[in-house]
Design a protein around this ligand. Structure first.
Ligand SMILES: *Cc1c(COP(=O)(O)O)cnc(C)c1O
Length: 376
């Protein structure tokens, strides 16, 4: 038998989460008598650790897919995905542009170097682009005062047959907080793109779930939202849990107890003895460590579930094991189920918050050595 650890991917839960986003967009759009924004399901980073092929099956009702990796995009086409695919960082080399053309992949174009590459190639079929504007994130995108001239360049390339449809996009820095920066970014976007035809795309998960943001764009253009993390069942907000948003865990990391022992007052646990018992206690050892993707920085007290009972991590996480308090589960024995995060355990967001990180990082970081089981 292999080590008992596994990551269970629930396709029905992934599909449910997409429906949560779509239903909310539908409901609010109907209320405001406007067209529902289309949804790019973001499946970068191997679908946030859930596997591209699992995401393809679970998100077949999305209007398009957005990702980063050209090889993964081609794999999606070869697996039969015919709806749009957007590459969020575009191409990195002029030699790849022909693959964008061949496989009908939309390219984000965010800098002059990419415009120069586009000008230098001949394609058989025009490439659709989303021209990216920097509205304050200061990561990718043309500056507002450069946007019109970049637009003129791509429309020139459209006339010469290199570029097909042209869209406009930007990315928010603080949409997960109630912060005025997002409204300021929207104003910059509206002003810089005023009167330019073609689809618009602004919203990540947090903004897709905040109607005021996507409602602020004029209804005249086709709008595409780009939810990622919420599709996997993790909340993009610190103030709202996944349960508040009715999201379900796409990924459940589980393992088993492989050892149980009793220790007395003054005895330490694991490397560094950073946890020392104050009274007699029973502890359990779980086959899961940082080499499986569990965060090494998770401190004593991080929630974990043993045999369906919530308890806590004790001491330092090792490479292949971690230790838990069996106080709340006196009947626990070797072989009992342990849920590190996901269904019937703490949420990935609770574990992330205890470890000083975010659900995104934990979901993406589950190690290749952890077998994935798929529930369909
Ligand atoms: C990752 C990403 C998204 C999705 O963000 P979430 O916070 O996971 O919803 C959207 N747009 C861009 C450009 C991204 O890089």
């Amino acid at each position: 038998m292999p080590r008992p650890i596994s990551a269970t991917i629930s396709l029905p839960f992934l599909t449910h989460n997409l429906a949560v986003v779509r239903n909310q967009l539908d409901r609010i759009s109907t209320e405001h008598r406007r067209v529902r924004p289309k949804i790019w399901a973001v499946i970068k980073a191997n679908a946030y650790g859930h596997g591209i092929h699992n995401a393809l099956r679970a998100f077949d009702q999305a209007d398009g897919l957005a990702m980063l990796d050209l090889a993964e995009a081609i794999a999606c086409r070869e697996a039969g995905w015919v709806k749009p695919i957007l590459l969020l960082e575009g191409f990195f080399d002029a030699a790849d542009i022909n693959l964008f053309s061949q496989y009908s992949l939309d390219a984000t174009v965010h800098c002059q170097t990419q415009l120069d590459m586009l000008s230098a190639v001949k394609v058989n079929k025009p490439v659709n682009v989303f021209l990216k504007l920097n509205t304050g994130m200061n990561r990718l995108g043309f500056e507002p005062d450069r946007f019109r001239s970049a637009w003129d360049s791509v429309t020139g390339l459209q006339r010469s047959g290199t570029v097909g449809r042209i869209g406009k996009m930007t990315h928010f820095a603080r949409a997960d907080e109630a912060h005025d920066l997002t409204n300021a970014q929207i104003r910059v976007f509206a002003e810089a793109t005023h009167g330019l035809p073609g689809p618009d795309s602004m919203c990540n998960s947090a903004a897709s779930l905040t109607p005021a943001y996507w409602l602020s764009l004029p209804d005249t253009a086709e709008q595409w939202v780009r939810p990622g993390i919420c599709l996997y069942g993790s909340s993009p907000f610190t103030q709202q849990t996944s349960a508040d948003l009715e999201l379900k865990p796409g990924q459940t990391l589980s393992s088993r107890l492989i050892s149980v022992r009793s220790i007395g007052p003054g005895e330490g646990v694991g490397y560094g003895h950073i946890f020392v018992a104050e009274q007699p206690m029973r502890i359990g050892v779980v086959a899961c460590g940082y080499a499986d993707g569990y965060p090494r920085h998770a401190p004593t007290g991080t929630p974990v579930s043993v045999a369906g009972v919530r308890t806590r991590l004790l001491g330092r996480v090792s490479m292949d094991m971690l230790t838990v308090d069996l106080g709340p589960v006196p009947q626990a024995r070797v072989g009992d189920d342990v849920v590190l995060w996901g269904q019937n355990g703490p949420t990935v967001d609770e574990v992330a918050s205890a470890a000083g990180t975010i659900g995104y990082e934990l979901l993406c970081a589950v190690a290749p050595r952890v077998p994935k089981l798929v529930v369909s």
